[in-house]
Design a protein around this ligand. Structure first.
Ligand SMILES: [Zn+2]
Length: 356
């Protein structure tokens, strides 16, 4: 079953996060691990993993480098800056691609990388992970997360009927953040860009159509699905590339990529290999299922080229003894977190009366 891409599956937040001034904020996240049987996969694929140690991928000598993305070399382009193989904002401190020129690094991919960050920014902020400039805040139209001045207080500008919430003890509500936009196809391009940055250069020729697509405005109407699931937490992204063995008799994709960022795991294939579009037949899907356990993932269609706002589904659970109190908007805003805590000890949350 295909789902439109959103981050619904990833968040389950306990209402206690909304209580103010807790010295330690604990996010209750669906932290599930699904082991993969590497033995079975290893019969068909050679597996290459990056992210556990520092690595500079590709040609060391700048004079000999050819950019993987634009195919240009010195002196037409320069290689003065270290290019992160996976964006630094996603926590990557270890993986660099020697073969990305300064133009591609600074200009060409900024849009797709920014959209990829947009789609994940709220999670990075909730988990209090550091980007290039410290722990990330979110200041959106519908959600603010303040990690700099507070202990990660989350402000959700969403009308919730507190009585319904208390009665049901458990409620999901959806937040759309229109200031964080992305197109699913650009996310797919970005996922492929990360993989092209680390793959052995001997495979680049087979990926020329994928590289052309991800580096241009060109969009495709259909792309293979991507599989997403939650996994254990990764502060440093971890990327694995499965390269099909030459003698493997199989309809499986030539390359399968597994990317772990935060508690999300993406499993995907390059959409174009050699001259073929890698659309997955039913038989190759069932082979993938057999090898990678696809039923444990959500299958997501990333082919849309429409810019979408980020969607988040919050699940609020009210503990048995939780207490809420209604105060005026002006009082809520005048008091600091600490003052509120002192004035109203043991209160789980505040209902704001806008009219008082
Ligand atoms: Zn380049």
């Amino acid at each position: 079953m295909k789902n439109p891409f959103n981050l619904n599956l990833l968040l389950s937040i306990n209402v206690q996060e909304f209580s103010l001034d807790t010295s330690e904020i604990v996010y209750q996240i669906n932290n599930i691990q699904y082991p993969i049987d590497l033995g079975k996969v290893g019969d068909i694929y050679n597996i290459y993993c990056w992210g556990d140690v520092k690595a500079y991928i590709g040609e060391g000598n700048k004079q000999k480098r050819v950019c993987r993305f634009c195919d240009k070399k010195t002196p037409t382009v320069t290689f003065n800056h270290n290019a992160h193989a996976i964006s630094v904002s996603l926590g990557n401190k270890l993986l660099f691609c020697n073969e990305e020129c300064d133009d591609c690094n600074h200009e060409r991919f900024s849009e797709i990388e920014q959209e990829f960050i947009n789609a994940h920014l709220i999670l990075y902020s909730l988990f209090r992970k550091k980007g290039r400039n410290g722990i990330l805040n979110v200041s959106g139209k519908n959600i603010n997360i303040d990690n700099k001045n507070t202990n990660g207080s989350i402000e959700i500008k969403n009308d919730i009927d507190i009585n319904t919430l208390i009665k049901s003890k458990n409620q999901n509500f959806k937040i759309q953040e229109p200031l964080l936009k992305y197109s699913p196809q650009n996310l797919y391009k970005c996922l492929c860009k990360f993989a092209v940055s680390v793959i052995d250069k001997k495979h680049l020729k087979r990926l020329s159509e994928t590289i052309r697509w991800l580096g241009s405005d060109c969009t495709k109407t259909t792309l293979p699905p991507i599989w997403v699931r939650t996994c254990e937490m990764h502060d440093q992204p971890l990327i694995g590339i499965f390269v099909k063995k030459e003698n493997a008799n199989s309809t499986l994709p030539e390359f399968v990529i597994q990317l772990n960022i935060l508690n999300i795991q993406y499993l995907y294939a390059f959409p174009f290999v050699d001259d073929n579009e890698a659309m997955l037949s039913e038989s190759s899907k069932s082979e993938l299922e057999n090898l990678f356990g696809l039923s444990m993932y959500f299958e997501v269609d990333f082919s849309s080229n429409i810019k979408l706002p980020v969607n988040l589904l919050f699940n609020i659970e009210i503990p048995e003894n939780a207490e809420f109190i209604t105060i005026s908007k002006s009082e809520f805003e005048t008091l600091s977190d600490k003052e509120r805590e002192t004035k109203y000890p043991n209160i789980s949350g505040f209902c704001i009366n806008n009219n008082a």
